[in-house]
Write a protein that binds this ligand. Sequence first.
Ligand code: ADP
Length: 624
Amino acid sequence: MAKTEFKSESKRLLDLMINSIYTHKEIFLREIISNASDAIDKLYYISLTDQNVGLNKDDFKIHIEIDKPNRTITITDNGIGMDRDDLDNNLGTIANSGSFKFKQENEKNDDVDIIGQFGVGFYSAFMVADEITVQTKKYSSDKAYQWNSTGADGYEITEIEKQDVGTKIILKIKEDTEGEKYSEFLEKYKISALVSKYSDYIRYPIIMEMEHRKLREDCDLENPEYDEVKEDEVLNSMIPIWQRNKKDVTEDEYNEFYKQKFFDFENPAKVFSNSVEGVVTFKSLLFIPSKVPFNYYTKEYKKGLQLYSSGVLIMDNCSDLIPEHFAFVKGVVDSQDLSLNISREMLQHDRQLKNIASTLEKKIKNELASWLKNDREAYEKFYANFGRQLKYGLVGDFGAHKDVVKDLVLFYSSTEKKLVTLKEYVERMGEDQKDIYFATGENIDSIDKLPQTEYFRDKGREILYCSEEIDEFAFQSISDYDGKAFKNIVNEDVEEENDSKEEEKNDDSTLKFIKDVLGSRVNEVVFSKKLKSHPVCLTAKGGVSFEMEKYMALAQPEAMVRAERVLEINASHPAVNALIANITADKEKAEKYAKLLYSQALIIAGLQVEDPSEYADLVCSLMN
Ligand code: ADP
């Protein structure tokens, strides 16, 4: 029978497997066992509503057998099994697996150690086996099949006789070579240790026949005699990690569980474990990744938690449990209050589930708040990863969740030179300051150099520097913090009362002259109250800021959103005085000065000069 070739991507991954370094090899067992456990989960779930399965919870098991002389390890489960299509689709290709995509995207980055970190499912068995045989029969199917492969050259599927539903995986362990030893995997102590290390929490018994020395009953104790006995032994404790007492679980165990379950290659940044009793009773074990998942800010990322009902998985990714603003949280929830045979559609409207979700939201909020309070450095690292998500939370659903998130967001402070909370800002505000000042721009440095910030800085005001598009929308959404409004100081309408400059020049003719020169490019020209060392600056009027204009130009160019431009000029600046003097002395020159100063104002505001070549010509003509 002709061999079916693996899909091309799978072939490449197989090569990777076969040639992987030794330390990764041992994970093959946890991958096979976890597949077996998933398959049992599926059949168990069916058995709850379908009498024909004929198995009780206690009947589900995973067996491991070792045949040393023949160099095989056989892993048997009585889970759902596979039919021919499943074999073709599931074992013939791995191109769709998340970890493979990750590998592709990071192909050039050799540091990304994919196998050790993710494991790549079933295929990892090729690290230790040179031949794999899968014998399987799917529930409610009357045919059974065998899948066999010796590696990269493809696989063969044949029909076989098999009575029981479920899957048997036979690994033919490679021969030892000079550099690589595989025989260890044929030792029971080794396999037993690997189960404890990686698969302890699997909820079905993992059974292997073990040999013991047993004291012979009728022997003389002075001269003890032993029998070699063989007994089936359960290798795993079967207690899900989230059901165990927090203080009995080591950090390592949590980390290992997280990495395995959620396909991450780094330890989580934070682990929250909760046990809730009350209106609704549940246990949750939540994690915050220490890196942003590679597809996080894309549509592909699916938020959600694994949902269990008394230890039985009922949904792999229940998105209703996690609000959008905490989409980065991974984890599991286990509740005895959820009905097991509830359909997934009904689950969405389940009152208990809604209860759990809102309790979790509060828990996460509190955990994040205490993290922020107690370990600022770690929190800031987290914030660098997921802060943007929190800010989206301020804006999303028309600000409905702003109170949950507003004390978790951070902004860069001009006076503290680091990230601060809104609460910290407000607590530092002087009696005479009414509003919370922020300034928007490309980055911290360029905001710091804005003419507008100079004035407020000199007055000793703290300014929040905002360089993310979302920031301004976020402040609009919060609208006020502790009764204090947010004011974008780059916008024209911000000035502090009691603060009129002594010699206010109301020389309308100068302003009119400049406005006439610039025409529709600016909406207004005014004498500035806030400029000090700079001759001009551009401020936005009417609610649309320059940052919004830039954002909208990208997000919705057809809307042509334009901020109203107000050119502020500094009457005490020599450059402006030169302009004013030339209005009567050399009108043409004065016009050039006006255009030049306007262009400068644009550049400083981070906006495009409308006509760069006109600007260049202008500079040259003045140099001559
Ligand atoms: P993953 O488990 O991440 O989906 P694997 O390569 O480990 O990737 O497995 C591919 C698929 O093969 C599984 O999703 C499952 O559908 C099927 N499979 C693997 N092992 C078993 C098994 N013991 N019983 C039933 N199906 C299995």
